[in-house]
Design a protein around this ligand. Structure first.
Ligand code: SF4
Length: 386
């Protein structure tokens, strides 16, 4: 019944990560046995949670070196036997605070090197900044358009009863690279889900291909770049142009030829461009329906080449069944995110560093599942009304 100080509580919260992880998996086993987890459909979703750091704590390398030097000097000063005026407890607290600060500065410089390596050739090295408070936090775009130190929380939710089947925290600003690791973790905790559903943030060509290779049905939302290039309101759609494979050209509704202009690779997809002669279009009676805004050029169309997996994915996503499955995503996947933020108040992590924030999110996921389980048990205990 002794009072627990802040550090003991904080250490307990993050030091038992492995045991906590096992407990999370054990509870999933219990929930599966009760029929609350089926893995027929698993929704994956990411949400940004603020890091325990302010945007003002981000510094360039030179500034971090200066802060590290100061922190080292302060730690050295601690060994001064003539330090006076502080109680033993105060001295210990001061010692711990200064050591932690030095460690944070060292960690910040390591993160700086990591980021510089990642951004080599992309951005100027001088622009790389790291937070002194939480070096592992990353500035990420917010829903309101701003930019703040965040972590990217990944949550997988089973479609049957909305149970969380996995949580993870990453430093990635987007979700494209998170789908396959999420699948790996769900497999490790339980087994392979029949279907995974992710929004446009997860739906890349690469992910569609990889999910097909792993024989997991993937439902997502992928923009059709070829349709975009050909579409636009008030223009003839591409299906009004006939492709002549032998001559490698298109024939337009006026019977004119659109000749091959060249190809372009984008996101693993190949686009072939075809263009009509300017004078054909300018003199054409169909111009106002076909390409009303083309003044300097003839109408062009783009043909794209897709892999078998992509063709199958697009055909599937055009069906009503897949659209209905995708529509369930928002309701099921976004509820735990909102609950964790609104009910548990986890809009900002209380701890710093990737390992610790992962533990904090795991606590939140465990709490969410426990309250779901308790509610289920309560419902079972209710007398059946006639
Ligand atoms: S505007 Fe050009 S491309 Fe369109 S139908 Fe007429 S000739 Fe063909």
């Amino acid at each position: 019944m002794e009072g627990i100080n802040y550090h003991s509580l904080s250490d307990f919260r993050v030091k038992k990560k492995e045991e906590l992880d096992q407990l999370f998996s054990h509870l999933l086993g219990v929930l599966s046995a009760a029929g609350l987890v089926t893995l027929e459909q698993v929704m994956v979703d990411g949400t940004k949670i603020k890091a325990h750091a302010s945007g003002k704590t981000f510094r360039r390398e030179k500034s971090l070196q200066e802060h590290l030097k100061k922190a080292q000097e302060q730690v050295e000063a601690l060994s001064d036997p003539h330090a006076e005026g502080l109680s033993w407890r105060q001295q210990k607290a001061q010692e711990r605070a200064r050591r932690e600060k030095q460690q944070r500065m060292e960690r910040a410089l390591q993160e700086m090197k990591k980021l510089q390596e990642q951004k080599r050739g992309v951005e100027e090295k001088e622009e790389v900044r790291v937070s002194m408070s939480d070096p592992e936090a990353r500035r990420m775009k917010q829903a309101d358009g701003g930019c703040a130190p965040n972590y990217n929380a990944q949550i997988c939710t089973d479609g049957a009863h909305g149970i969380i089947v996995d949580v993870e925290v990453t430093q990635a600003g987007n979700d494209f690279q998170q789908l396959l690791p999420a699948l790996d973790r769900v497999e490790e905790r339980l087994q392979t889900p029949q279907q995974m559903v992710g929004d446009g943030g997860y739906t890349s060509r690469e992910n569609v291909e990889k999910m097909a290779e792993r024989e997991v049905d993937f439902v997502g939302s992928l923009a059709d770049n070829a349709s975009k290039a050909n579409g636009g309101q008030g223009r003839f759609p591409i299906n009004m142009f006939v492709y002549d494979a032998e001559r490698n050209c298109f024939v337009c509704p006026s019977g004119k030829q659109l000749k091959y202009e060249g190809k372009q690779e984008k996101d693993g997809q190949t686009f072939y461009k075809y263009k009509a002669q300017k004078q054909d279009c300018q003199n054409c009676p169909l111009k106002m329906q076909c390409c009303p805004k083309n003044e300097k050029h003839g109408r062009s169309v783009v043909r794209s080449e897709e892999t078998a997996a992509m063709v199958a994915f697009r055909a599937k996503m055009a069906t009503e069944e897949a659209k209905t499955q995708y529509r369930r995503r928002a309701q099921i996947a976004e509820f735990p995110n909102a609950w964790i933020k609104a009910k548990l108040g986890l809009r900002q992590f209380h701890v710093r560093g990737l390992v610790k924030v992962k533990a904090e999110l795991l606590w939140a996921g465990l709490t969410f599942n426990l309250q779901k389980w308790i509610r289920f048990l309560q419902q079972q205990a209710l007398p059946v009304r006639g």
